[in-house]
Write a protein that binds this ligand. Structure first.
Ligand SMILES: NC(=O)c1ccc[n+]([C@@H]2O[C@H](COP(=O)([O-])OP(=O)(O)OC[C@H]3O[C@@H](n4cnc5c(N)ncnc54)[C@H](O)[C@@H]3O)[C@@H](O)[C@H]2O)c1
Length: 385
């Protein structure tokens, strides 16, 4: 992502392992594994990056599903073992249930593939650690999809915070008041199970916002939480979470997550600093209020935030407009664009032998926080990270 490259908007600073880099002139060849609900978004994103990526194969345990998917996206159906053995395939896009990301991801890394895994990275810290160990041994790149980091509004707020335009962060109020029907949970054996979903509204739906919050606000030091299963049947996991958070930088926060808040409301992150506030709602910056400046609300706020964060220079905003994802026009941003931006960043990171914006370690950090929240709810005690 051009903006991220230019301004190093990344959490990762660890030195990248040495790895073979395909020629930038040659698109990275992908196989997609798990042709379910999220797979079309990934296939479309890869298709829209013809200079960088070529999706050639798909794999699914359900043969009919794989055949239909292959037909739609003009792919070859392959078995998992064939994909691993096929030297023409550089990378695996893993879209299987969350609790088998670790085993499949590690196998792919050992077979010499770069791996990009749908969120969450895995469903436990131990499984994340095993996967990260496999990555270090392989020297290949491992990323986890957390596409909302690539939304223009998220990028703008990240820059505001890095440049201290809101002063020091003092509080975060984070809400994920979503709704999922009983049919949603009944639609797959793995949904709502500890073994394969790893949790409910927080591990599955909320992990996006947890990652975004950690990226924007920094690590959490301590949590105290309550969870409940209030509005669904036949699920092992929670559909409500309330937590208080203490961040390492001294800020405090609240986190509410749900799949029981009928009919569902937009995600929001309200971030308050000593010099102002930024409120992300949906995928947009809804309000930007900085002491001594005009408060901006609505779609103009993201573009304005970029201007503020770059010292008010119009040229920096105009430069950003030239970036492939059109970062100054949140109104034009649509579902799928952020996946495409993340794939572009992942592929460029491989070519440039640098960390991508959302490395495996970031996926582990989100899972660690969610597990700490579950532990606090289970024990009734605060949990330190
Ligand atoms: N980034 C996002 O916004 C987003 C949205 C939805 C889902 N997800 C994530 O994507 C992953 C998949 O979710 P989904 O909703 O697409 O699930 P899904 O149940 O619709 O699809 C999963 C597919 O994987 C296949 N599968 C299972 N085990 C397999 C194996 N060992 N080898 C090959 N195929 C296998 C299943 O047959 C199924 O077709 C989950 O980790 C989920 O959290 C991310």
């Amino acid at each position: 992502m051009e903006l991220a490259n230019k301004h190093t908007l990344r959490t990762m600073s660890a030195s990248a392992p040495q790895m073979p880099t395909p020629s930038p002139a040659k698109p990275l060849v992908f196989a997609l594994v798990g042709c379910g609900a999220i797979a079309p978004t990934q296939a479309q994103a890869l298709k829209e990056l013809p200079a960088l990526a070529k999706l050639t194969h798909c794999v699914d345990l359900d043969e009919a599903r794989a055949e239909a998917f292959a037909k739609k996206y003009d792919l070859k159906v392959a078995s998992w073992t064939d994909v691993l053995a096929d030297k023409s395939i550089d990378a695996i896009a893993l879209c299987t249930p969350s609790g088998n990301h670790g085993a499949l991801g590690a196998e792919a890394l050992r077979a010499g593939k770069h791996v990009i895994i749908e969120k969450p990275l895995e469903v436990s810290v131990a499984a994340c650690d095993a996967l990260l160990a496999a990555q270090r041994a392989s020297g290949r790149r491992l990323a986890v999809i957390s596409q909302h980091r690539f939304d223009p509004a998220s990028q703008a707020v990240r820059r505001l915070l890095l440049e201290k335009s809101l002063g020091g962060l003092i509080a975060a109020d984070v809400r994920i008041p979503w709704y999922r029907t009983q049919e949603y949970y009944d639609s797959g054996d793995w949904r709502g199970t500890w073994a394969l979903d790893g949790g409910g509204c927080l591990m599955n739906q909320g992990v996006h916002t947890v990652d975004l919050m950690l990226w924007l606000c920094g690590p959490v030091r301590e949590v105290y939480a309550r969870t409940a299963t209030a509005a669904h049947e036949r699920i092992e996991v929670e559909d409500l979470v309330c937590a208080t958070l203490s961040f390492a930088n001294g800020a405090i926060g609240t986190l509410f997550a749900s799949t029981a808040a009928y009919p569902g409301f937009p995600v929001s992150l309200a971030l308050h600093g000593t010099a102002g506030s930024a409120v992300l709602e949906g995928d947009e910056l809804k309000t930007l209020a900085i002491k001594g400046r005009e408060t901006i609300t609505g779609p103009a706020a993201s573009a304005h935030a970029l201007q503020v964060a770059t010292g008010g220079t119009r040229s920096a905003v105009q430069n950003a407009a030239a970036a492939p994802q059109n970062l100054t026009d949140p109104a034009a941003w649509k579902w799928g664009d952020a996946h495409r931006a993340q794939f572009a960043d992942f592929i460029n990171a491989i070519h440039e032998n640098r960390p991508s914006l959302v490395e495996g370690e970031a996926g582990r950090a989100a899972v660690a926080l969610i597990q700490a929240i579950y532990e606090s709810a289970r024990t009734g005690l605060p949990v330190s990270l």
